[in-house]
Design a protein around this ligand. Structure first.
Ligand SMILES: N[C@@H](CCC(=O)N[C@@H](CS)C(=O)NCC(=O)O)C(=O)O
Length: 209
């Protein structure tokens, strides 16, 4: 059994995790799963009962959910410097934006892309993201004057949040706001992001199988 195994499809959120894996510099073994029967096979359901990618297994422990995988890998490979010290105040900021990406941003973008609309403004109090407008304003204000979520320091929070912003802009599911494109381009120009993109692009024919 490989020390670090990665299950993905090249046209999936697995691209976030591959980028994160490349940032850590760790060696890993990739298993590409096609959508449909391969992801729902008994073998893979034993790894992730959701039948979804991505997933990793490291030293026998399975981790699913992109944001959790990013946070886990940052700690497991702490020498890569992708997460602030657990006892530092920056750790709070890091968690805050990592989960802002996994919660409000992801839900708001998914609902918008599916055409889900809140019937009345009162419902904003019941959905975790409130409104897309509020999510975008909050993110825009935070990124204003900052190179990364933590200021001048890149972290795993930028991998997760940055992927949401970059792909949202690319697929038109996220509104253009001042700072968003610069942030996305800065991140996507990183050598690990480029390596990950090239590796996944090369696997696209296999992922269709
Ligand atoms: N919450 C999960 C979402 C995973 C997810 O929805 N993956 C999609 C691809 S992007 C998938 O595997 N879909 C196949 C299916 O549900 O059958 C995460 O953050 O990793």
């Amino acid at each position: 059994m490989a020390d670090l195994t990665f299950w993905t499809n090249p046209m999936s959120r697995g691209r976030i995790v591959r980028w994160m894996l490349e940032e850590t510099g760790a060696e890993y073994e990739t298993h590409v799963l096609g959508y449909g029967p391969e992801m729902k096979s008994p073998d893979y359901l034993a790894v992730n009962p959701m039948g979804k990618v991505p997933a990793i297994r490291h030293r026998g422990t399975v981790v699913t959910e992109c944001a959790a995988i990013c946070a886990y890998l940052a700690d497991a490979f702490h020498e890569a410097g992708l997460a602030p010290d657990p006892a530092s105040p920056a750790r709070g900021t890091y968690y805050r934006w990592l989960f802002f990406g996994a919660g409000p941003v992801e839900a708001a973008v998914t609902n918008a892309s599916l055409g889900v609309k809140l019937e009345t403004p009162q419902l904003e109090g019941r959905v975790g993201y409130g409104s897309m407008q509020r999510v975008l304003d909050t993110l825009q204000d935070w990124l204003d004057g900052r190179e990364y979520v933590l200021g001048d320091r890149f972290s795993a929070a930028d991998v997760y949040l940055g992927a949401q912003v970059a792909w949202g802009l690319q697929f038109g599911t996220l509104e253009e706001r001042p700072g968003f494109r610069d942030y996305a381009e800065r991140l996507m120009a990183r050598s690990a992001a480029i390596r990950a993109r090239e590796a996944d692009d090369a696997l696209i024919p296999q992922g269709n199988g």
